[in-house]
Design a protein around this ligand. Structure first.
Ligand SMILES: O=C(O)c1ccccc1NCC(=O)[C@H](O)[C@H](O)COP(=O)(O)O
Length: 208
């Protein structure tokens, strides 16, 4: 689909899968084996949840410094469609996973200064994701993106919500947006908020 896509991240319950199957984001993210996050699930849960996901929604395993072999296995087993690396993984890690799986690798970059953006632009990853943190619910300074011509597809993340999505899409023109905290209520994905966020993004894809 052309235009802006949407990823809903941090799914962890069967009810979350039923919800996204109903509202149809483009991508569904799963935080794998990162117990510091309340969104973390283990491999067994990941296999169960992704097996219930509608085939039109691509599953993204989100990893923080996980062993490359484990990510490769999950991709090659078809448990996940894409891997998102959100820790201190190197360019060599990215290339190794790409070569072993021929699947898309998303590399997340935490954007605090211009140099972070330059590093992202030079990444060998198939897609870069520009974020403030790891599901922090806070935006980074978008002016940094406006100041640098981004000539490759990118996913915008960090503190996106129903109030700032229109502005983010109109001014930064991301290929996809990624939401987690703002579509939760008390740490649980909220169908009303998810539906609303998807509707906002879809409006940007309407052609008149
Ligand atoms: O969401 C987490 O808890 C998380 C933990 C460890 C690594 C990555 C994590 N999230 C990655 C995402 O892709 C989030 O959707 C992204 O950071 C945006 O989150 P938010 O600012 O809450 O919308």
């Amino acid at each position: 689909m052309a235009g802006c896509q949407i990823k809903i991240c941090g799914l962890k319950r069967a009810a979350d899968i039923a919800m996204v199957n109903c509202y149809q984001p483009d991508l569904a993210g799963f935080i794998v084996d990162f117990p510091r996050s309340h969104r973390s699930i283990d491999e067994e849960q990941l296999r169960l949840l992704t097996s219930q996901l509608d085939s039109s929604i691509r599953s993204v395993g989100v990893f923080v410094d996980a062993p490359a072999e484990k990510i490769i296995q999950l991709l090659n087993d078809g448990v996940i469609d894409m891997a998102q690396l959100h820790g201190r993984e190197t360019d060599a890690d990215v290339r190794r996973i790409q070569q072993a799986t021929h699947r898309p690798v998303i590399r997340a970059y935490l954007i605090h200064e211009r140099q972070d953006l330059i590093a992202a632009l030079n990444s060998p990853a198939d897609l870069i994701l520009l974020d403030q943190g790891r599901g922090s619910g806070r935006p980074f300074d978008w002016q940094l993106v406006s100041d640098v011509a981004i000539k490759r597809p990118f996913i915008l993340a960090g503190g996106l919500n129903a109030n700032n999505l229109d502005q983010a899409i109109e001014t930064l023109r991301p290929n996809a947006v990624d939401l987690s905290s703002s579509v939760e209520t008390q740490g649980i994905k909220d169908p009303v908020k998810v539906k609303k966020a998807i509707a906002i993004v879809r409006r940007h894809n309407l052609n008149f």
